[in-house]
Design a protein around this ligand. Structure first.
Ligand SMILES: [Zn+2]
Length: 357
């Protein structure tokens, strides 16, 4: 994530918005500072065990405000695989994760049947589809934190295992889901938190037509079974959300023959170790001269200069964001001042100001 090619930026300069520039075609660059931010990555991680087993693809973060979902996927990246193969896309919609919004560019999970090339999510949706086609997993598991508790209200999507049909082609989706929830519910004592199966009947009824545009609907059309694992946004802690996901993942990993090390049980009892932050840093260049940025610093930059973020570090969710600037933009001009945050997912961890002088 730390190395950014210059080529990528240049490609987009012709599309760059001229922030605070007034008339966009008549900007006087000598009176402004040109800001360059790195391109948001599409990251995935492939792991293979020594022992032969199944192939599972786990996706987190399609909805950017579902922290339990993307943190669960992220933890899997730090495990070893003893058996089978695993691909993890922890933050499939990283822009929305940084914004802590369901869909910064609209709901990404409605863009899988078709998407315009002009859509800001295009690169990410296409990358995800290409990855699924190339890896050909035995199953796709899409992690979410839904609203409410399905066991209390059948219209709520929180705390359930969603299938598109009871059976689809040769896939016994309900049978698989039932095994998973029976295993999971043995470990859940609070009745409200129990996990039912929610069948949306995506293709045989018109009650959930939107699901035909979703990732799982698209996967089924590609002959790949897919499930949505939903914890609840209303669970009292991040740990409870991760627990819900782990209980279900455990069942799926058993069915499809994938084994991780350490075990789900071990991770849950040592969770703080797996979700801790890191030491964060950010290096910028001002007209090619490198500078390590300090927290709360104000950097004075003469008009006509270029300010470029060249390097930063922390966790896999760490990324720089310009305050008040469209998150899809990679370069723009400023006339007076700008605040930039280094974020760890939705949290600000470093903040600094740029002042044009
Ligand atoms: Zn969701």
């Amino acid at each position: 994530m730390e190395n950014f090619s210059r080529r990528k930026f240049i490609k987009y300069i012709s599309l760059s918005p001229f922030l605070l520039a007034g008339k966009s075609f008549a900007i006087d660059k000598s009176t402004r500072v040109h800001i360059f931010l790195p391109e948001k990555p599409f990251e995935y991680f492939y792991k293979k065990g020594k022992e032969k087993g199944g192939r599972i693809l786990v996706i987190g973060g399609i909805h950017g405000n579902e922290i339990g979902a993307y943190k669960t996927a992220d933890i899997l990246v730090d495990t070893e695989i003893e058996k089978g193969e695993l691909i993890i896309v922890p933050r499939s919609n990283f822009i929305s994760v940084l914004a802590n919004r369901r869909g910064y560019n609209g709901d990404m999970n409605r863009k899988f049947s078709k998407i315009s090339q002009r859509d800001a999510d295009y690169r990410f949706v296409i990358s995800l589809k290409e990855l699924i086609k190339a890896f050909k997993p035995d199953v796709v598991l899409s992690l979410h934190d839904g609203f409410g508790f399905h066991s209390l209200n059948k219209n709520h999507w929180g705390q359930c295992l969603v299938i598109d049909e009871f059976n689809y082609k040769n896939f016994p989706l309900y049978k698989i889901a039932k095994f998973v929830i029976d295993e999971a519910n043995k470990k859940i004592s609070n009745r409200k938190y129990k996990i039912p199966v929610y069948c949306t009947q995506t293709f045989t009824s018109d009650r959930h037509l939107e699901q035909r545009k979703a990732l799982t609907g698209w996967c089924l059309n590609q002959d790949i079974p897919a499930f949505c694992l939903e914890s609840s946004k209303q669970l009292p802690s991040l740990k409870e959300k991760i627990k819900t996901h782990f209980y279900m993942l455990d069942g799926f990993f058993k069915i499809y023959g994938v084994k991780i090390k350490p075990s789900f049980e071990y991770i849950l009892s040592n969770l703080n170790e797996f979700i801790k932050g890191n030491s964060y840093y950010l290096t910028a260049s001002i007209n090619g001269k490198l500078k390590r940025v300090k927290n709360f610093e104000t950097i004075k930059i003469p008009k006509g200069c270029e300010f470029r973020i060249v390097n930063f570090g922390g966790t896999r969710g760490t990324f720089p964001v310009a305050h008040g600037v469209n998150l899809n933009w990679k370069d723009f001009y400023i006339r007076s001042s700008l605040t930039i945050y280094l974020k760890d997912d939705y949290k600000k961890v470093i903040s600094f100001n740029i002042k044009v002088v």
